[in-house]
Design a protein around this ligand. Sequence first.
Ligand SMILES: Cc1cc2nc3c(=O)[nH]c(=O)nc-3n(C[C@H](O)[C@H](O)[C@H](O)COP(=O)(O)OP(=O)(O)OC[C@H]3O[C@@H](n4cnc5c(N)ncnc54)[C@H](O)[C@@H]3O)c2cc1C
Length: 472
Amino acid sequence: MKSDILIIGGGAAGLMAAYGAAKALPGARITILEKMPRPGRKILFTGKGRCNFTNAKPWNEFSKHIRTNPNFVKPSFYNFTPEDMIDFLETNGLETVVERGDRAFPYSHRASDVLDTIVETVLRQGVILLPDREVSSITAVSAAGGFEVRCSSGESFSAAKLIIATGGLSYPMTGSTGDGYQWAGFFGHKVVPCFPALTALVPRGYKISGEQEPAMKGHINRETPMTGSGEALRGVKLKNINLTVTYDGGVTETEFGDIDFTDGGIEGPIGFQVSRKCVKALLNGGKVAFSLDLKPGVPLEELSGRVKTLWNEIKNDPRTRQAKDGRGINGKEMYRILLGKLMPWDLIPGFQTWNPDILKTSVKKNDYSHRRNSPQKRFYDVNLDLLAKTLKDWKFDIVGFVGYERCVITAGGVSTEEVVAKTMESKLREGLYFCGEILDMDCDTGGYNLQCAFSTGLLAGQSAAKSLSQTE
Ligand SMILES: Cc1cc2nc3c(=O)[nH]c(=O)nc-3n(C[C@H](O)[C@H](O)[C@H](O)COP(=O)(O)OP(=O)(O)OC[C@H]3O[C@@H](n4cnc5c(N)ncnc54)[C@H](O)[C@@H]3O)c2cc1C
């Protein structure tokens, strides 16, 4: 089958490329080949099913969230800004809303609404969208131009212009399995080594350590069973804390915000924020350590005083003394009451499991110990100074990370040095374009990654169409 412009991959970037091309050159034959039964499967998972489709920050702030090569993204960003994306969805019938941190969502908070709007709009432009077409090889027809593409079904397609929008390696069940990198290599492009970014980090003792050496140093598959200690923390969300990361015992960075303990490890906004650098360090055999400050607004000395005051209040509370038939409750229960005043209730079991030294237990025989089998009495000693210190500096050694199976974005990819930022065309092969996550371009969470996919996609499509119209 012959097309004017062929797009491999019907994700965020590929769909937008098709739209850009169809708008720029009405009547052109534009075909998308998508490997999965439906396009844009990954979009359905974005923003936890709510799709944070862009971030409305202006370029000078937006660009700070692009971790690699912001200058490469600049021309495509200005060509199709976050406002343009919001406008695109609104004009095509989808109401949107901008929330905290300039994050934009569909008003319905349903990712499927974003996907449906994009796909319907693309199809209305006359684009041919072919699902279940897994491209297996590409050949250049001649040095002068033109490409031939083969699918695993045996079908072949040809076109004057080819846009590769096959995404990265994250969430492979959505169809993104890194197929495009080999074709980039085939055309002589450098592919910057990839690694998972925006991913969960695994503390020592959180997962049952496996026997097998992972293919990627530090990779601990999300499916790896958790230890009892890991289970004790799973599901806990900590808000407004400081997370300090130490690399190789030296350089540190501190982020303020929220983290989540999940079945993967530590993630959530600031967990993700530091994950790129942590993964890179672990891959290079470096040491990574976390310190959580659960009370960032209170200096240690003040917190120590507060802990002691609370402890005395609990000790002297008539309810404490009257409990248990007037004999008073034991130190272990008082410790739990104290923790309840210092942290969310669901954190207490995990905090106790991970910090067993704060509560010391000793066993002594009772006065009538001369009797055989005389009952023993447990004594509990709470180290209040250590408790305050741990609240300010709860340490975890980070020993691994969750891989592509569940990371949000792939760092690395087709080097942007060999792609023209103003057109997305290859500098090595005329008529060949790249866009989206396949490029060496990754951002923080917050809608930046999708916007970069939309912007580079739209520009690739427009440029391919423009170049085609000039040669005709
Ligand atoms: C869980 C999760 C949540 C996310 N949340 C957000 C968010 O809220 N906001 C945000 O900005 N970003 C988010 N992202 C990132 C965002 O989804 C990606 O940046 C974006 O989808 C990249 O778009 P893409 O089109 O380049 O690649 P993809 O979306 O990966 O699309 C590539 C397409 O190419 C197809 N393909 C691959 N190989 C072939 C082949 N051989 N033949 C034919 N077709 C092929 C694939 O099936 C796929 O449909 C999230 C990512 C994940 C995994």
